[in-house]
Write a protein of this length. Sequence first.
Length: 427
Amino acid sequence: MKKSMLLRALCGVCAVGMMLTACGSTGTGSSTPAGEPGSQAASSGKTLTYWSMWNSTEGQAKVIQEAADAYEAATGIKINIEWKGRDVKNLIAPALDAGEKIDIFDQDYVFISNTASKYAADVTQMVEEAGLEEHMLPVLVETAKSYNDGALKVIPYQPYTSGVWYNKAMFEAAGIEKVPATFDELLDVCEALKASGVNPMTCDQGDGTALLVGYQLARYLGQDGVLDLINNTKWAEVPEAKKAAEDIHTLFANGYMSEYAPANYPDGQNELGYGETAMLLQASWVPNEVVQNTGAEIEWGFFPWPAVEGGVDGVEAAMVGAQGYAIVETSEYKQEAFDFIKTVVTGETDLKMAQAVSSIPADTANTEWPQAVSGAEPYFKEMTKSYLWAVGLQENGNYKDYIQEAINQLCKQEIDATGFIDALSDL
């Protein structure tokens, strides 16, 4: 089975290479014709340097390395991958400023579109000529373009969404027949789970608690309202801010959160793998992480964070994001870099990556999602509003640590909603 899949992937890369060559080059440098299908192309003498956000042992890295090997076999162009891990986010700007020769790097697609955009080439024309946008999620493309006056400087891949991941068997045992659509319904679900003898919900410190508070604030205020709240220190002026804090405090005060929550990462999310807790608000990489950490076999369910009465946003709004590829503006081989990236983010390689780490496919033509994340698929299609990570609570560099400390105190019940608002208003 694996051998067959690899042969199909190699053939697919060859076909893509020949197709893109026929279309011509739109970037600096020229495309190199692929060899005959099934043959090893002669070396082109070209080497592209790619700084990757992955570690070489990760599932994503293994799939990308296979794609690079297949691309070299088809075109004679070598992709030299340097596995930098997550530190690439901090390393890439100093390296490029110092004149380091790098052709491709990857990171969070908003980071590339915003913070690192001056280093990234505009790929709008190449994407259009290759018909690639037809394979990309519109919400990701539009969000990325919004940072650069309509120019696309990133090619998204391995998209994610966020919401509540839950154990279907625990819901069934508690007699829960439908997922909650409102916060009041979520409280009812928590009560039923608690009565059945399991922890209804858990969270980890840091991102986990920030997501809880961020989502609840955004359901009342929307993304722009949350940013206004933070940047203009309006905590005491906006009644919905206190209401959101009261809601989150209720989850803990009523015993709907695990006694260990907020836990040290990844202890909280691992509670689902150990059969102790039913629900967790997090991103779509969680099912894969829980399986890796605990070896658990869970039939995963999913629902978006519920709406609130009188709120601005509902289940159509979520933290929807992706990793992204950037082609460095100073690269001599923009078209070659684009051709390689296209083989990764579409077709069988994209599907192989999704299957390897139970992630959402980037190519919209790949409609079969891995089982672990398939519960999000019906909702994902309807998500038209994209939140920032933690709905912006971590955006203000001068303020985010103070916000996080107040969130931690709220979730640990060291302060109540009034204390939460007072703590942030005083700053």
